[in-house]
Design a protein around this ligand. Structure first.
Ligand code: AP5
Ligand code: ZN
Length: 214
């Protein structure tokens, strides 16, 4: 089962990716997490990505496409994978198609911009796993600590309110056209497309996902 999670920054892609990964045993491929890991490791890719990410801009398509094509060809993706944060541009979506990668489900999380800004201000993340929490809506069991490892949670560098607004602008201009793109694919029976109300509680969104994915 190959899945794409589509939605604005903070729509809940990473949160529901954890659910899908645990429920269906398919790996999450988060380009954002991969890029943050590259920055931390000080690789060439990380050096090229850091400034762009901190400014809420997209990393160039060719770098991201190479990263994803390499990742989906790994063994653990043989029985499916979950793309979180990719594709984010029409050229990225075309690259998937040209690589012959079939997508079974496109799941869009719909959340208005006002809700996003509030969510981001309370987000705390566990960098090593990509697990994300919210101080009010999805708090960790112990304040400031990851539920699984007990390690410290941090605030993401691009969650400053002004950067969040820039990221939302990029989303509406560059990524939202993928909604039409994949709805057209669904009409041509090349994929299934579902839009979920991402303003519902975390558990309620997960429940809807289970109904869709079976
Ligand atoms: P990336 O890491 O992908 O960030 P994003 O798409 O902006 O999405 P987020 O991770 O911010 O949000 P999310 O939807 O995962 O929400 P979450 O579940 O954490 O990308 C970062 C950067 O990397 C980009 O800006 C770009 O520079 C670069 N990049 C990455 N991919 C790229 C690509 N393909 N091409 C080019 N550049 C790329 O939830 C958010 C908060 O809300 C959390 O606090 C959570 O606990 C809370 N929450 C979640 N669900 C709910 C709910 N139902 N109710 C209440 N609170 C909730
Ligand atoms: Zn995320």
């Amino acid at each position: 089962m190959n899945i794409i999670l589509l939605g604005a920054p903070g729509a809940g892609k990473g949160t529901q990716a954890q659910f899908i990964m645990n429920q269906y045993g398919i790996p999450q491929i988060s380009t954002g997490d991969m890029l943050r890991a590259a920055i931390k490791a000080g690789t060439e890719l990380g050096k090229q990505a850091k400034e762009l990410m901190d400014a809420g801009k997209l990393v160039p398509d060719d770098l991201i496409i190479a990263l994803v094509e390499d990742r989906v060809s790994q063994d653990d993706c043989k029985h499916g994978f979950l793309l979180d944060g990719f594709p984010r541009t029409i050229p990225q979506a075309n690259a998937l198609k040209e690589a012959g990668i079939k997508i079974d489900y496109v799941l869009e999380f719909d959340v208005p911009d006002e809700v996003i800004v509030e969510r981001m201000s309370g987000r705390r993340v566990h960098p090593a796993s990509g697990r994300s929490y919210h101080v009010v809506y999805n708090p960790p069991k112990v304040e400031g600590k990851d539920d699984v490892t007990g390690e410290d949670l941090v605030i993401r560098a691009d969650d400053k309110p002004e950067t969040v607004l820039d990221r939302l602008k990029v989303y509406h201009e560059t990524t939202q056209p993928l909604v039409d793109y994949y709805q057209a694919e669904a009409k041509a029976h090349k994929t299934k497309y579902f839009r979920l109300d991402g303003t519902k509680k975390v558990d309620e969104v997960s429940k809807e996902l289970r109904e869709i994915l079976g």
